[in-house]
Design a protein around this ligand. Structure first.
Ligand SMILES: [Zn+2]
Length: 271
């Protein structure tokens, strides 16, 4: 005899899925809820969800600027513009920034292309399209269009620059490692923390060295060209030192936040 799912159980499951989709994509939870309503009228739940989600994603693309946020390009937009590393960021609606951040990131991309012709600068998580204070998992702070994560630059094993590619397909989790003499401020920290090492993913990552010349240049340019107020760059202190960049703008994010030796976090306040 098969087990029957009660209405209450189903409601709980749908509730959990709506919460998860909202935390990961902002509009996904609404799409799930609308698809449940549409199923009553037309059936075909999954198709309804995909159509509604795609529709809302397109609507967000065109209406977010009215709320002060711009979508970053989802595909390569030439060397003088930043673009997301993987179109997945756009599919999940995690690629919105305020216009000042977009301009600053484009200026970085242009500078990198000027310093190392042909270089592409890539963005990772930014913010959702709407509502200040609406944080995206797993970040603590990407909640207002004022924060942007930037991918490191890499070479392959032969030392050849890999255009717009990183160790992992999402740009995160390809951690550099502190050396024997490097400070490790979180080594003895045992509190609750998002400082994951993501050990399970490490065997699947590309075995590429960090492009220290490009990554160092990007970090140096960001540090020397602050905009807005409260301008901050998060990168692990040992890595900034290894890349030869020192600046008051470069901060340590603390031991409870994610590691920052797989990407650069940039934030500033506008207005
Ligand atoms: Zn960040």
């Amino acid at each position: 005899m098969g087990t029957r799912t009660s209405v209450a159980e189903r409601m709980i499951w749908h509730g959990l899925i709506i919460i998860a989709l909202t935390a990961l994509t902002q509009i996904g939870g609404i799409a799930w809820g609308l698809a449940l309503l549409l199923r009553m009228a037309f059936g075909r739940f999954l198709l309804s969800f995909l159509v509604v989600y795609l529709g809302l994603t397109v609507v967000a693309h065109y209406t977010a600027p009215l709320a002060g946020r711009e979508p970053l390009p989802c595909l390569d937009a030439g060397p003088n513009q930043i673009a997301v590393l993987n179109p997945l960021y756009c599919a999940l609606n995690r690629h919105y920034v305020n216009p000042e951040m977009k301009a600053h990131a484009d200026a970085l991309a242009a500078h990198m292309h000027e310093s190392f012709p042909g270089t592409r600068t890539r963005a990772l998580d930014a913010s959702f399209p709407f509502i200040d204070g609406f944080a995206m998992l797993p970040h603590l702070s990407h909640d207002d269009g004022n924060k942007l994560d930037l991918a490191f630059y890499y070479t392959d094993q032969s030392g050849e620059y890999r255009l717009g590619q990183t160790k992992s397909f999402i740009g995160y989790w390809g951690f550099e490692q502190p050396g024997p003499g490097d400070p490790q401020p979180c080594a003895s920290d045992t509190g609750i923390s998002l400082r994951w090492d993501v050990a399970w993913a490490q065997p699947y990552l590309r075995d590429w060295p960090l492009d220290a010349a490009r990554t160092g240049e990007a970090l140096r340019w960001l540090a020397e060209n602050p905009v807005g107020s409260d301008y901050k760059i998060f990168v692990e202190p040992y890595l900034a030192e290894r890349l030869g960049v020192s600046s008051d703008a470069i901060r340590f994010q603390g031991c409870s936040a994610a590691r920052h030796d797989d990407h650069i976090h940039l934030e500033f306040t506008t207005g």
